[in-house]
Design a protein around this ligand. Structure first.
Ligand SMILES: [Zn+2]
Length: 219
């Protein structure tokens, strides 16, 4: 099995088990990677043999510590490459995820270290996602989706990196990681959220977009 396929499975399991209960299922992985459950089952036996996942048929499955370390290495490569493409190559944040999906499997450790050094050992990628350190340790934030936030003042801390159309639109609107926004009277029933930005600017977001912008309440 090509290592890029294994890496994509490890990354998908890390992502899925991170949301909630610490484990995931064959069905969830199949949906995430758009493959059949049978294909996932075969891969899980392979990853179990390699000591990367804990998996019993019909029970939840999760990464073993070695699997977490391997998955975090891929995430580190992905996020450093994204930042490199923005900072050094001048791409915008809507253009880098797809490129990083490819390059994360082929870049050497030596080149990655050089990029890390050149960028000043950065802690976050262009979308605000934390970059795992060399040991695979990643900083956690207390961000919530804007769509679930109560009225108040917030800082934008990250935006989902997978939806390039949304990222392109937010880029056009000039939204930035670290920007401070005000959310007054969130009316979720209407399906549209309006936030105030500095300089009296306003931004209206649909429910789906508001679910992909993550904010932290300001002190
Ligand atoms: Zn990405």
């Amino acid at each position: 099995m090509p290592s890029s396929t294994v890496e994509n499975y490890l990354k998908a399991i890390l992502h899925l088990q991170g949301e909630g209960r610490g484990s995931t299922t064959v069905g969830e992985i199949a949906r995430e990677l758009e493959v059949t459950p049978g294909t996932v089952t075969i891969m899980m036996r392979h990853l179990k043999e390699r000591g990367l996942v804990a998996y019993e048929p019909r029970r939840g499955l999760s990464l073993k510590p070695r699997g977490v370390v391997e998955a975090m290495k891929v995430v580190r490569r992905h996020r450093l490459i994204e930042l490199f493409l923005v900072e050094a190559m001048g791409l915008d944040w809507s253009e880098v995820h797809e490129e990083a999906e490819i390059l994360e499997h082929v870049i050497s450790d030596r080149l990655l270290d050089r990029i890390d050094e050149m960028l000043g050992n950065p802690t976050h990628d262009p979308h605000g996602d934390p970059i795992p350190d060399r040991r695979g340790i990643v900083a956690k934030d207390r961000a919530v989706p804007l769509g679930e936030a109560d009225a108040g003042r917030y800082r934008v801390v990250r935006v989902s990196d997978g939806d390039s159309a949304l990222l392109g639109w937010l880029n056009e609107k000039g939204l930035r990681i670290g920007e401070e926004i005000d959310l007054s009277h969130p009316d979720r029933a209407a399906g549209v959220l309006e936030v105030s930005r500095s300089g009296g600017k306003r931004l209206r977001l649909g429910a789906e977009a508001a679910g992909q912008v993550f904010v932290e309440a300001m002190g």
